[in-house]
Design a protein around this ligand. Structure first.
Ligand code: HEC
Length: 333
């Protein structure tokens, strides 16, 4: 076979293959291609009808409004219309539901979030993206003020943000709604924390708040009273309440007279319960005298009556004075 022989035989085949190639290239534009002939004579022009598909994407939800002429259709799922004549104007509007935002259009010549107008001159595929609303939490101020305090201390917050020391006149910090904040008050040495005021806080423990509104909390610190001394505060209680019985060693072997009392009390085993000292420095729980004046001697294996015998119990403030002195180490001062 010669080369020219191949060319003459395959002339028709070549033309047919070109027609198939152009059909693939131009999709449905086949009518402009000479059919059954041997050549493609011109570029095809699409006449329709065309298909418009609008699909939804994203984490949110919403509907589509498809306007054609005077008719607007609300579409909840995918929109698919394959019968749109060439030149048809379609207006697409995205309507996000209450918990979504419309993020925008893609494809078919549409972009942005405003309504999109399409002129049908080919098949078009548009994607509408709806995303779940991004919620920006509301912020509320938390202010901590120092109450009418004589003492000083520090308030810290967790999560951090609010902290005030010394005079504690606070600038406020903002927290997102629903934030759980724990406030802790720590008194300076020589002061005690007297308690919270405002918000849902009370008492002297940690303050747990859930921020739901602008909140003002007051922290009050007070100066500790001076530590009682033995001669100045404790002995006068004995002298006023325990004489005349505790003179010498007549009552329970215990003298509470001025000059004798200290050496009868501190680190001295009690007569009724020798396993426990009358006063154990720093340890009121294991000081028998404190049980006797509180009337709890029976609960720890002691005996006899609450002191002072046959009289009203000591005032709570006097008991506390003795206890504070014990807690301070029961010094002979
Ligand atoms: C009316 C007399 C009377 C008065 C007042 C009195 N006591 Fe007593 N006290 C006694 C007698 C009697 C005992 C021994 C019996 C007993 O323990 O009940 C005793 C026992 C005690 C004991 C136990 C001693 C030991 O080693 O077992 C203590 C402690 C004590 N008294 C403290 C006091 C104190 C403190 C006061 C004052 C706040 C006081 N008493 C007031 C009569 C008195």
């Amino acid at each position: 076979m010669t080369l020219s022989g191949i060319a003459s035989v395959s002339g028709f085949k070549q033309g047919l293959m070109m027609a198939i190639f152009l059909t693939v290239l131009f999709g449905c534009g086949g009518s402009e291609i000479t059919s059954g002939g041997t050549t493609a004579t011109s570029t095809p022009v699409a006449t329709g009808p065309f298909t418009l598909t609008v699909q939804k994407d994203g984490t949110g939800a919403g509907s589509l409004q498809v306007g054609i002429g005077n008719i607007t259709t609300t579409v909840n799922g995918t929109y698919n219309n394959s019968a749109l004549a060439k030149g048809t104007q379609v207006t697409l509007t995205a309507v996000p539901d209450g918990s979504s935002d419309f993020a925008g259009w893609n494809g078919g010549g549409c972009s942005g979030t405003a309504s999109c107008s399409i002129t049908m001159d080919s098949n078009k595929n548009v994607v509408a993206t709806f995303n779940g609303k991004s919620t920006t939490p509301q912020m509320f101020a938390l202010t901590i003020n120092k109450g009418i305090s004589t003492g000083t201390g520090t308030v810290t917050s967790s999560p951090p943000g609010r902290s005030c020391t010394g005079s504690c006149t606070a600038t406020s910090t903002s927290y997102a709604q629903g934030t759980e904040v724990t406030l802790t008050a720590i008194a300076d040495s020589g002061s005690s924390f007297s308690g919270w005021g405002g918000g849902s806080c009370s008492g002297t423990g940690n303050c747990l708040l859930t921020i739901t509104a602008t909140t003002t909390i007051t922290a009050t610190f007070s100066v500790n009273p001076p530590t009682p001394t033995f001669a100045g505060h404790v002995q006068p209680i004995f002298t006023a309440n325990c004489a005349p019985c505790h003179v010498g060693s007549t009552s329970g072997g215990l003298s509470l007279s001025v000059g004798a009392s200290y050496s009868n009390l501190v680190n001295v085993p009690s007569q009724a319960l020798p396993s426990m000292n009358r006063i154990k420095p720093n340890d009121p729980q294991n000081s028998y005298l404190l049980h006797k004046i509180k009337g709890t001697q029976g609960t720890i294996g002691g005996s006899g009556s609450q002191m002072p015998l046959n009289r009203s119990p000591l005032l709570a403030t006097d008991i506390k004075t003795i206890e504070d002195w014990v807690n301070a180490g029961a010094p002979n001062n």
